[in-house]
Write a protein that binds this ligand. Structure first.
Ligand SMILES: [Fe+2]
Length: 390
């Protein structure tokens, strides 16, 4: 990987991607192309302290106004979206620049919609219903500071609804960012636990996309590529945050996983992860890291050949073995990786109580990911998988 700034698009995705060290500097050429004048930067309280955000403010060209909304919390809530929408309207923002991890990018997307339609977000707390977005949703420029969520290239925004304690994925083509700026220099500041959780989230996207019922040859090629990049770089990126090459490769893996799952959707692990976050505040990536090997084990009998391919992408398949043996190696390799990077491994270690399992299983059953999972899922199956992961 070199130090050039690369501009690219992918034929199954509408987002223009600009990547490389210093890619953040391209933000104002994106703003120019959008004919934008009033930018609302959406971020959290840690990201707002980054020199990068100051740089944005300081380098703002004449004629462009910039305002910052820095109140995005992990797992952004509907009330944050309402507050951000109000700031966007008061400022008359014409573009959202979402800087941060998945939470900030997801919040930025929802604020882009809420800005033009006060109270819109509160109408979206409807599991199983299609997301609607108002006309005139603001264009979004996504600037990830973690390598994980892939939100910069997806039409999804996961929002926690305060009243019902539900964490729901909104999904609408209007929520695709117009531009994604992948600057590995922005990843260095994230704490280790966040980098590991993000990487495990990205791996989960790639694995779930690979075996999804809606996977195509194209999405599987992307998912396989993402699995390789993440497996090869996560250990190093976790250990050595200043290794820009490993960070950039991981960031690319996470983005490519995003391209894949934007099409194929996900499966059992994401369905089960959301209630862990909604009810116990377990960060999304940590929830996935815990549940991924158990979800893979559940799915393996229904997708033996696919899991054997995943083992190959992870570099652990053996030529003389059959698919059955290699598919088991994929699950083991994920366990080894999670252990090596010291990811969370059990629900009991992150504050989840066992008596919540039936309720979590009921919530997980409502997830749109259930229908995409390669193996059919009943309520009792989810309870059994949660019990094993406890
Ligand atoms: Fe995820």
């Amino acid at each position: 990987m070199n130090n050039e700034i690369i501009y690219e698009t992918f034929n199954n995705n509408p987002v223009d991607i600009i990547s490389g060290p210093g890619a953040l500097g391209e933000v104002f050429s994106c703003v120019g192309a959008l004919h934008a004048r009033r930018l609302l930067v959406v971020c959290g309280e840690n990201v707002v302290k980054l020199p990068a955000v100051n740089e944005l403010r300081d380098n703002c060209p004449n004629g462009i106004q910039l305002q910052i909304f820095d109140q995005v919390e992990p797992d952004p809530s509907d009330s944050t979206i309402v507050a951000g929408g109000e700031v966007a309207r008061d400022f008359a923002a014409d573009t959202i620049v979402a800087v941060g991890g998945g939470s900030s990018m997801d919040a930025g997307k929802a604020i882009a919609a809420e800005a033009g339609a006060e109270g819109w977000i509160l109408t979206q707390d409807q599991p199983g219903q299609s997301t609607t977005v108002p006309e005139g949703i603001l264009p979004i420029i996504a600037v990830p500071t973690t390598a994980g969520t892939g939100s910069e290239v997806t039409p999804f925004s996961v929002i926690t609804f305060t009243q019902t304690q539900r964490k729901l994925p909104l999904n609408h083509p209007g929520l695709y960012p117009r531009y994604a700026l992948l600057d590995p220099n922005l990843l260095i500041s994230a704490p280790r636990i966040a980098r590991v959780a993000a990487g495990m989230d990205a791996l989960t996207h790639a694995v779930e996309s690979y075996v999804s019922k809606e996977a195509t040859e194209h999405t599987q090629r992307q998912a396989g590529q993402a699995i390789s990049l993440i497996t090869q770089n996560l250990r190093q990126a976790a250990e050595a945050p200043s290794d820009t090459q490993a960070q950039a490769a991981l960031q690319r893996g996470a983005m490519i996983a995003g391209l894949a799952f934007a099409q194929s959707r996900l499966g059992i692990v994401h369905a089960m992860a959301l209630p862990l976050s909604a009810l116990f505040g377990v960060p999304h990536g940590q929830a996935n890291a815990i549940l991924l090997p158990y979800g893979m084990e559940y799915n393996r009998p229904a997708a033996v050949a696919e899991f054997a391919n995943i083992a190959e992408a992870m570099g652990v398949s053996e030529e003389q073995s059959d698919d059955e043996a290699n598919s088991r190696r994929a699950v083991e390799a994920v366990e080894h990786l999670a252990e090596d990077v010291q990811a969370s491994r059990r629900m009991r270690d992150v504050g989840v109580t066992q008596d919540a399992i039936p309720r979590m299983a009921e919530e997980a059953m409502k997830s749109p990911h259930i229908a995409r999972n390669p193996r059919a899922i009943q309520l009792d199956d989810l309870i059994a998988v949660y019990e094993r992961a406890y």
